[in-house]
Ligand binder design. Structure first.
Ligand code: ATP
Ligand code: MG
Length: 572
């Protein structure tokens, strides 16, 4: 490709609304342009990178035995109602109406469609295991589309769905995808690691996310260097000790705490109740019902765990008015000992199990209760792990201190079980002659997000540093004089032609621009190797090879081609 005849609109400055480095570089390197928030046009170079990542994914999916298909992005609502996700996923669904006012869904994933296909096509255990995948556009009505391609309204996803006749088979299918994902992200040049994950509205009971460490990542990951435990904070647990039981002097005496409405205020004189001897009572509205959540005063509620454990579709903190209507007091004086209506569930965090000599709100503004024993004084409906793990807590597996890191989720694998096959009637006849639901797994990779994650991880002060496997072009040939008859341009054309003939992806920067401009652009776009040809060095029979992010190397003009091939071979 000749640069002058291509379309690479690089920018000197970052557009003001680009928040994170990779977003800025996407725009500055001329890879994409924003249409409006969460919607981007892929420009030629960006599209090349996207296609490379897609094809690399295809290679690994095919290698793992998955079979490519393509499903409609426009989907009928009835299958979404059948799976239950018309309601449970409604907040992310884009819905469209047709001329007869019939409603359709723009696919955010395709469990419903693939299970419908399986229902019609998979009749016998002999047809399994089978794994179908597609690479296609997905739509999600995100609350906060941001960071460019990271969280978009429309994006490219590779989604795969495995069907097995048994649980063991499904586990093996899951493991094949897990291994394929590791290969895919490694081949993309990404430092990545799998973590245990929450399953969210997709459902199922076993799941891993593939994370790319990055300070701008939207996920927090808890991990143990000693034993390798790693989990999304939404799922992570630790071996932190339960609240120590101790001698208890009284039985829930009420005492006045005028104006005290925080854990911290109660921990100070004259009350001096340490946060770890306080019970924090939170009122949530879960699927329209008020629920009390009890957490130790020095712990934080993890809302994802709360949703996962209770199966609630939606939950939010109650307003002060709703708190007062439920418990007769405002936040700051709430508790679960006195005046809790029998219909209101009390969910308590495991760390409080057996705790006594605790202090909590009296459900009367300006009053608390001391010497509270959970077992004696509170009717806990259910115990769950609801707290958020913090750095330094002992690992549940090996007791070494846990660490935390921010990361970008690029892929997610789920063991679905039979949730979708039962609801959408994907049954098969097993070897024993019985009809059984297919055991499913689903596996997603955010292709466009992966592309940006590579940029987020692979860059320096001058721009992107593409790993060879996903670079838009491997080599940029940069003649410093572009007059047709110049020796410089003639050599540049020769190298360009020879590389092209050898199947190397090469771009010739034939623009009549200052060397500084060309070098800056090549660095910004991030081609793995730049081959510069200038009059001075050519007078000595030499050309410059500069690996992106590496040092300039002068090589004999006649050896240039061999050196370029050697460089590419070493990188691939
Ligand atoms: P997130 O937690 O980031 O919202 P998710 O868990 O809802 O993502 P999945 O349903 O697991 O996403 O989708 C599979 C993959 O699709 C994700 O791992 C991610 O890489 C990508 N993805 C999801 N939502 C978006 C989005 N709005 N924009 C770009 N990529 C996305
Ligand atoms: Mg996910």
């Amino acid at each position: 490709m000749r640069w002058s005849q291509y379309f690479i609109p690089t920018l000197k400055e970052s557009p003001a609304d680009a928040e994170i480095l990779s977003h800025k570089l996407l725009l500055r390197a001329g890879l994409v342009r924003k249409l409006t928030g969460g919607l981007y046009t892929f420009l030629p170079l960006g599209l090349r990178v996207l296609r490379k990542i897609e094809n690399l994914i295809r290679e690994e999916m095919n290698r793992a035995g998955a079979i490519e298909v393509l499903m409609p992005a426009l989907q009928p609502t009835d299958i979404w109602r059948q799976s239950g996700r018309y309601e449970t996923a409604s907040d992310v669904l884009y819905k469209a109406k047709d001329r007869s006012n019939k409603e359709w869904i723009l696919s955010p994933t395709a469990e419903e469609v693939i299970t419908t296909l399986a229902a019609g096509e998979l009749n016998s255990y002999r047809q399994m295991p089978v794994n179908f995948y597609q690479v296609s556009v997905k739509f999600r009505d995100e609350i906060r589309p941001r960071f460019g391609l990271m969280r978009a309204k429309e994006f490219i996803m590779k989604d795969a769905y495995s069907f097995d006749s048994s649980d063991e088979g499904a586990m093996a299918s899951y493991q094949r995808m897990y291994d394929a994902y590791t290969r895919i992200f490694n081949r993309c040049g990404l430092r990545n690691f799998p973590v245990e994950a929450d399953t969210g509205v997709i459902g199922g009971n076993y799941s891993h996310e593939f994370m790319v460490p990055a300070v701008t990542g939207e996920n927090e990951v808890v991990y143990c260097e000693a034993c390798g435990y790693a989990a999304n904070i939404e799922k992570a647990t630790s071996g932190i000790p339960k609240t120590a039981a101790r001698e208890i002097g009284g039985s829930g005496e009420k005492f006045a705490t005028p104006g005290v409405v925080t854990i911290e205020a109660l921990s100070k004189a004259p009350y001096s109740v340490p946060a770890n001897r306080q019970i924090k009572t939170l009122v949530y509205v879960a699927d329209s019902q008020p629920v009390l959540i009890l957490i130790r005063g020095d712990d934080q509620l993890n809302e994802t765990k709360f949703l996962a454990r209770t199966g609630a579709l939606a939950a939010r903190p109650a307003t002060p008015e709703e708190c007062a209507a439920t418990l007769g007091a405002k936040p700051g004086s709430l508790g679960a000992v006195l005046n809790v209506p029998a219909t209101v569930k009390i969910l308590a965090d495991e760390r409080l199990r057996g705790a006594n000599d605790m202090t909590t709100g009296a459900n009367e503004d300006g009053f608390h209760l001391r010497s509270v024993s959970i077992d004696r004084d509170i009717k806990v409906t259910e115990w769950f792990d609801l707290r958020t793990v913090t750095a330094g807590e002992p690992c549940a597996k090996c007791a070494k201190p846990l660490k935390m890191q921010r990361a970008i989720e690029v892929g997610h694998v789920f063991k679905l079980g039979t949730k979708y096959s039962e609801k959408l009637h994907a049954y098969f006849l097993d070897a024993d002659g019985k009809s059984k639901p297919c055991v499913m797994g689903c596996y997603g990779i955010g292709v466009t997000r992966t592309m940006q994650a590579v940029i987020e991880q692979c860059n320096d002060k001058d721009g992107i540093v593409w790993p060879l496997a996903v670079a838009p072009y491997a080599v940029c040939v940069t003649p410093l004089a572009v007059a047709k008859d110049s020796a410089v341009m003639q050599l540049a054309e020769k190298i360009y032609a020879e590389l092209t003939a050898a199947g190397v992806e090469v771009i010739l920067d034939d623009r009549d621009d200052r060397p500084g401009v060309k070098f800056k652009d090549a660095d910004l776009v991030g081609f793995p190797l730049r081959v510069s040809i200038g009059e001075k060095s050519l007078a000595n029979g030499e050309v410059e090879l500069k690996p992106r992010g590496g040092a300039v190397q002068l090589v004999k003009a006649e050896e240039a081609l061999a050196q370029i091939h050697a460089f590419l071979a070493a990188k691939s």
